[in-house]
Ligand binder design. Structure first.
Ligand code: UT7
Length: 331
């Protein structure tokens, strides 16, 4: 019997309706469209405004989009992973609620948190369940409501982040398509440069911390930028070398959408033509765990069976890595 590989066989997505443009941000903080566009590549981002709706709302919508498109019975889904840095609430699993709401009543489920690398690490995890031969339908959702911990008076962060969700289905493949190789890394000495300090177990929320805005995300942008550029390019090079791939063998680069300059630097390092680089940062900003599946959703009609896709991500922690995947279908 041939080796079982884990292939992506369907994609779904959802972004909230409200569009926060650079022009609107100009009225909120001391910034301008020209600065945001040239420094980040972002023009607008989506924000989930509805009170009481959290990350699970986005995750459910993305999963429902996939279920409808693929025409699957949610009862056949065996595992639901929600990759997220902004779970609905503490203690209660966002994935369990999501799975029940989409009708995946026979599935077990869990959240996976690795900041902006959550979806990438989720791909690795989902694939292992399939490759083991024990599971045949694993739903991986990347969803984040970043607006829940962004300070809209801090121009260093509020211009970057947006809300959104994407979902993929992993199934076994016997033609050798799907996940081929991965190179995943982390370095905890980086956590001081990108974090929301209060509200977790180290520093539970206090009235004083709340008044000082310590529950919001803080980012030392320059340091994170330098580390992202170096490490994302480094892992992309490593995964190509390890698999004897040249730039001509690569059909697409699907890189985490944090800053267009970081994506360009990664593409330049592997000498990839611009038209092979997936890019939608201008529409959504940095949606953390949702950037990679939103790219797959937006580019799905261009992808062909057998295409070599190089995924790369970098995020808080620090966490980062690269995955080499062969696309499994024509749409
Ligand atoms: O997804 C997780 C990983 N995150 C990332 O990968 C993000 C990495 N970092 C970045 O993308 C960039 O560092 C930022 C977009 C956050 C900032 O860009 P930068 O080129 O590193 O700018 P900077 O922080 O060095 O600031 C340059 C100047 C400063 O002014 P002075 O000191 O030169 O006078 C800032 O005060 O730009 C100023 N500035 C702004 N100006 C207008 C900072 N933010 C803004 C703003 N609008 N929003």
């Amino acid at each position: 019997m041939s080796k079982i590989t884990a292939a992506i066989t369907a994609v779904g997505a959802y972004v909230p309706e409200y569009v926060l443009t650079n022009q609107i941000l100009e009225t909120m903080v001391d910034t301008n469209d020209e600065w945001i566009t040239t420094r980040t590549g972002i023009k607008e981002r989506r924000i989930l405004k509805d009170e009481g709706k959290g990350t699970s709302f986005l995750a459910i919508k993305a999963a429902e989009d996939l279920i409808k498109k693929k025409g699957i019975d949610p009862k056949n889904i065996e595992l639901v992973i929600v990759a997220t840095a902004t779970p609905d609430m503490k203690a209660a699993s966002t994935a369990a609620y999501t799975a029940t709401q989409i009708g995946a009543t026979n599935a077990f489920s869990f959240d996976l948190e690795a900041a902006c690398s959550s979806f990438l690490f989720g791909m690795s995890t989902a694939a292992k369940y399939i490759e083991s031969g024990r599971y045949k339908n694993v739903l991986l959702i990347g969803a984040d409501k970043n607006s829940s911990f962004i300070n809209y008076e801090d121009r260093a962060t509020c211009i970057i982040f947006g809300d959104g969700a994407g979902a993929v289905l992993f199934e076994p493949n016997e033609e050798g398509l799907g996940l081929q190789d991965e190179y995943l890394r982390s370095d905890g000495s980086g956590r001081e440069f990108l974090q929301a300090t209060y509200g977790g177990s180290s520093y539970p929320m206090t009235q004083e911390a709340f008044n000082d805005g310590k529950h919001y995300v803080f980012q030392d942008g320059k340091t994170v930028f330098k580390n992202a550029v170096f490490n994302m390019a480094d892992v992309a090079v490593k995964i190509l070398e390890r698999n004897n791939l040249t730039k001509d063998d690569v059909a697409w680069l699907a890189a985490h959408q944090a800053n267009k300059r970081i994506i360009d630097a990664t593409a330049n390092r592997i000498e990839l033509d611009k038209d092979k680089v997936m890019m939608n940062i201008e529409k959504y900003g940095n949606t953390t765990s949702a950037t990679l599946p939103l790219l797959l959703h937006d580019y799905e009609s261009h992808l062909k069976k057998g295409d070599n896709i190089i995924f790369a991500a970098f995020g808080g922690g620090f966490t980062w890595g690269s995955i080499y995947l062969k696309w499994a279908y024509n749409s």
